[in-house]
Design a protein around this ligand. Structure first.
Ligand code: FAD
Ligand code: SF4
Length: 327
């Protein structure tokens, strides 16, 4: 880990001014940034500590939806009674993420901006080739060990999976990321790798995440987050799904359906094909099974990650049936 200067920001303005300077990184809970600095992936010259900034940790829910400050802790949001009631998938996605200790340290803004767990990305000393870390250097995963890598949204330059859970629920329910005054729909906030996998999100120099908002909806209130992983706790998703449903007045016909996938794509992945296939239908098991296959439309396997193309639709199917109370 190399030397860097440390600034404890006294105000949001001071943090934003500092964030505009080159080679500067913001420090919130530190559970990602310090790891990446230790393994030589992040090499900031200046670290700006924002965790003590006042007024950025609010959690509010009203008839319009939820407002969550960027510095709210994962554990606080997960346990918030109004979030649990109005946005169960959001709470569940956080409960199933990381460990209790990490959730108590880590913030919502930092969670969204966590970096991929691609082992090549995190080991620059052994694997110099990584387009995300060193643009133009190649991708060690394409022909390497890629069991955990993405089958959706990849490119010839990078197939790294976006690893977070919360963002999957946020994408399903059309959350908005607040970058101070500028607001970006969460689906536009995360970028596909294309030829520039080092560009991961829409934040510009001198901006930071200040909050997220999630519009209230019936589907968000009747929602769940289903996560499948190699072990039952303290593990990233092999495949996950955030699902929310609203029924017509008959209580059977799907009026609104939200489906987003985690663990299988280069960014949190909205599965609109599944949503469109089931709107106006009743949730018969065969219909749900067939529609759930559309979650992986266009998927490309790279050897060891082929199982995700089978797994993801099953996760979606289970989550939809659970919400439809047919399981
Ligand atoms: P930091 O480490 O402080 O920052 C992370 C990044 O975000 C840095 O680049 C920082 O500059 C930037 N940043 C932070 N706040 C802001 C802001 N407001 N605006 C702009 N930039 C900002 N996550 C899951 O979702 N699911 C899991 O299962 C999971 N398992 C984990 C297991 C382990 C062993 C570890 C170490 C982590 C795991 N995580 C998991 C990731 C964890 O949730 C993140 O490390 C954490 O949420 C990051 O939050 P933080 O506040 O500590 O961010
Ligand atoms: Fe790097 Fe992406 Fe290839 Fe992993 S998949 S080695 S992050 S370029």
């Amino acid at each position: 880990m190399r030397d860097f200067s440390y600034l404890r920001a006294g105000s949001l303005d001071e943090a934003l001014r500092a964030a505009a300077m080159p080679a500067t990184m913001l420090l919130a809970g530190g559970t990602t940034l310090l790891d990446l600095a230790k393994c030589g992936v992040s090499e900031p010259e200046q670290v700006v500590d924002i965790i003590h900034l006042k007024g950025l940790d609010a959690i509010r829910v009203d008839a319009e939806g939820a407002f969550i400050g960027a510095l709210a802790k994962m554990s606080h949001v997960a346990a918030d009674s109004a979030i649990k009631q109005q946005f169960p998938a959001v709470s569940e996605s956080l409960w199933q993420a990381a460990s209790a200790q990490i959730r108590n340290m880590a913030t919502i803004g930092g969670n969204l901006l966590q970096r991929t767990r691609c082992a090549y990305f995190r080991d620059p000393a052994t694997f110099p080739a990584c387009n995300k870390r060193a643009p133009g250097s190649g991708c060690s995963a394409l022909e390497g060990v890629n069991r955990g890598h993405a089958v959706l949204g990849g490119s010839d330059a990078c197939i790294a999976t976006y690893p977070g859970d919360l963002a999957v629920a946020l994408v399903a329910f059309d959350a908005v990321v607040h970058l101070g005054k500028r607001k970006v729909a969460i689906d536009d906030f995360f970028l596909l790798p294309g030829a520039t996998p080092h560009k991961e999100h829409a934040i510009k120099p001198g901006e930071m995440i200040t909050a997220i908002t999630i519009p209230a909806s019936v589907a968000a209130k009747r929602s769940t987050y289903w996560k499948v992983r190699d072990r039952q706790s303290y593990e990233f998703a092999a495949a996950s799904a955030a699902v929310g449903i609203e029924f017509e007045a008959d209580g059977k016909t799907v009026k609104d359906l939200r489906v987003a996938l985690g663990g299988v794509a280069t960014k949190p992945w909205r599965a609109r094909g599944v949503e469109d296939a089931l709107k106006g239908k009743t949730l018969e098991p065969d219909t749900v099974k067939k529609a759930s296959r559309l979650a992986v439309e266009g998927a490309i396997a790279h050897g060891a990650n082929h199982y995700k193309i089978e797994l993801a639709p099953r996760v979606v199917e289970r989550a939809i049936l659970k919400m439809g109370a047919l399981a």
